[in-house]
Ligand binder design. Structure first.
Ligand SMILES: Nc1ncnc2c1ncn2[C@@H]1O[C@H](COP(=O)(O)OP(=O)(O)OP(=O)(O)O)[C@@H](O)[C@H]1O
Ligand SMILES: [Mg+2]
Length: 234
C-alpha cells in the first residue's frame, strides 16, 4: 500500500532522515520506533507532505506521491495525527469533529462516521457540546483519532499516541486502534518505546540517527538484546 524508498529529508542543512526505506501493506499495523531525534516525526511529516523530501520516493497504492501537497495526500486517505494531537481546544467536541469533515460531500456517510466515533469513544458523546480543551489528555487523543476518522483515512499515521498518557489510558487508546484495524484500517504508528508495539503491530522498524537500523516482524524483534543494541547503537 505504501512504499518508501531511499527517502532523505531535513531542515535546511540538517538531514533528519537519511535514505529510509519502509513499506506498509494493506491492513497491516506497522511501528516505527526510535529515540529522541531519530527522525520519526520527520518521516511522518514527509509522508503527509508537511516536509518536502530532498530525495527518494514515496508510492501510495501504486502511484507516486512524493512531494505532493498535504491536501492532495489527505484526499487520497493518507491522514496524519501529529505529535501533540493538535485539536482545537477552544472549540467544542462537536465543532472539532465537524470541522474535520468539512471537505467531504458525502453528508450521509459523515453523519454515520459521527455516530461511529461517538460509539467507539463514548466520552465524546457525553462531552459533545463541551469545550475540547477541558478534556483529559487521553480523551483529547481519542478526539484526535476521531477527527482523523472523519477525514476517511485508508492509511492512518499516528505520531506518539502514548505521549503524556498514563499506562491505563494508553491501553484504552491502543484498544481503539486495534478495533479500527480490525475494521480494515491500515496503521503506521510512531513511538519512542517498544512497549506497546508487541500487542498490536505485525512489523516494526527501528530508526536511529535518521536511518533504519533494524526491521522485522514483531516476532523477530522480540529479542530484547537485539532490539536494545539497535535502539542504542551498540
Ligand atoms: N522544524 C525543524 N527545524 C529544524 N530542525 C528540526 C525541526 N524538526 C526537527 N528537527 C531536527 O531533526 C531531527 C529529527 O527530529 P524529529 O522530530 O524527526 O525526531 P523524532 O524521532 O520525532 O524525535 P522525538 O522522539 O523527540 O519526537 C532532530 O535533530 C531535530 O532537532
Ligand atoms: Mg517526534
Amino acid at each position: 500500500m505504501l512504499e518508501i524508498s531511499g527517502l532523505t529529508a531535513g531542515y535546511g542543512r540538517l538531514t533528519a532522515l537519511r535514505e529510509a526505506s519502509l513499506s506498509v501493506a494493506e491492513g497491516e499495523v506497522v511501528f516505527v520506533v526510535g529515540p529522541n531525534g531519530a527522525g520519526k516525526s520527520t518521516l511522518l511529516k514527509s509522508l503527509a507532505g508537511l516536509v518536502k523530501p530532498v530525495s527518494g520516493e514515496v508510492r501510495f497504492r501504486g502511484s507516486q506521491v512524493t512531494r505532493q501537497q498535504p491536501e492532495q495526500l489527505c484526499r487520497q486517505g493518507l491522514i496524519l495525527i501529529p505529535e501533540g494531537r493538535h485539536i482545537f481546544g477552544s472549540l467544542t467536541v462537536q465543532e472539532n469533529l465537524t470541522l474535520a469533515a468539512t471537505t467531504r460531500r458525502d453528508r450521509k456517510a459523515v453523519q454515520e462516521d459521527l455516530d461511529f466515533v461517538q460509539t467507539l469513544f463514548p466520552i465524546l458523546r457525553a462531552r459533545y457540546k463541551g469545550v475540547a480543551g477541558h478534556l483529559s489528555g487521553g480523551e483529547q487523543q481519542q478526539l484526535a483519532i476521531a477527527r482523523a476518522i472523519l477525514q476517511k483515512p485508508s492509511l492512518l499515521m499516528i505520531d506518539e499516541p502514548s505521549l503524556g498518557l498514563a499506562p491505563l489510558v494508553i491501553d484504552q487508546v491502543y484498544e481503539s486502534l486495534r478495533e479500527l484495524n480490525n475494521r480494515g484500517l491500515t496503521l503506521l504508528i510512531v513511538e519512542q518505546s517498544t512497549g506497546w508495539m508487541m500487542n498490536i503491530a505485525s512489523r516494526a522498524y527501528i530508526l536511529r540517527g535518521g536511518q533504519v537500523v533494524l526491521e522485522g516482524s514483531t516476532d523477530e524483534l522480540s529479542d530484547p538484546e537485539r532490539l536494545e543494541a539497535a535502539y542504542f547503537g551498540h
